[in-house]
Design a binder for this molecule. Sequence first.
Ligand code: PLP
Length: 414
Amino acid sequence: MTFFTQRDQQLCVEGVPLERIADACATPCYIYSRAALESAYRAYDDALAQRDHLVCYAVKANSNLAVLNVFARLGSGFDIVSGGELARVLKAGGDPQKIVFSGVGKTAAEMQAALAAGILCFNVESESELARLNKVAADAGKIAPVSLRVNPDVDAQTHPYIATGLKESKFGVPFEDALRLYGAAAGMPNLRVCGIDCHIGSQLTEIPPFVAALQKLLGLVDQLASAGIKISHIDIGGGLGIRYRDETPPPVADYINALGACLGNRAQKILCEPGRSLVGNTGILLTRVEYLKHGEHRNFAVVDAAMNDLMRPALYDAWHDIQPVHARRGTSRRYEIVGPVCESGDFLGRDRELNLAEGDLLAIMSAGAYGMSMSSNYNTRPRAAEVMVAGNEFHIVRSRETFDQLIATEKNMP
Ligand SMILES: *Cc1c(COP(=O)(O)O)cnc(C)c1O
């Protein structure tokens, strides 16, 4: 089922024409489909239905409260990487007992907050972090549940900025050290070993690297069992890719089934941490054409969204489909779709065949993941509004930032 369709000569999200949202909220504006979010979540939940499992949505992909709230209502868990994300999940009604806390740089204050909330597990990424967590837990009179993020040294074959499972990466503990570190953790009085996890990268479009990583993890689980260390959950991480252009990522069910075949009849609870594949294709960035510049060598469409709103094209040279909200007849031209920011890297799309007039609305597709959550105020641009569509209605789930909010914590010199 698709949630973004042309109807009555206009692009709609579920039952809502995009022009209606532009009239109410102006542009640029992120728009999400609640039904698309629910459908993406159910694909995971259904694929894992035969096992004891927990889907932990990776909050950093899109941390809007309403998005978190939609998942929380479905019973989702959450994978967080900061104290800020913890606070967001709690505010959105997420169950603390379904939170796993990842990240290489957890501060003592973040650990305290997570212990106070009573999270499910800390995904620990280094020996020093084990020691710090043990101390913070002791000071708080608590026992911290821990999993080690093991780096399986497999090549995820994705963009180098989002590959995380190779030896040279900053993430996780080296595979060769894992046994020793589990032994150390088991000996620390304020830690309780409960799981094992890995996360090898993002936007993976093939199953074999996931299988290779899981097989290495399972070998370790068996070795740990022989050493008397019991692992009660196996967290397979996130990273499944989506289709932006012509990628052909496996369906969620195929990916889960392939991992299920490796798992056989193991009794452990299975956790997964999908981010992009839960939200990426559930949102768009709506923007308006401000100016057209037709030149000798190139045509530019200067739109009101920019790299500060959607950083992926500038950062990863990522491709997003760009669709006109109202298709025009007549001849098209090749356009560079650029923003107003003073950087030549400020583009949203290159060499796009479109028939445009100034004032037209464009939808930047597949912008639900790592869009708003990576946005900034560069060029003193207030951050975009966010809207959630549900059926024939829409709700503003984040108002457009104002200039006063943007400078609220700044001061002139005394
Ligand atoms: C970012 C991240 C994820 C989610 O990755 P996606 O590619 O968005 O699915 C999962 N786990 C960890 C530890 C992460 O850092």
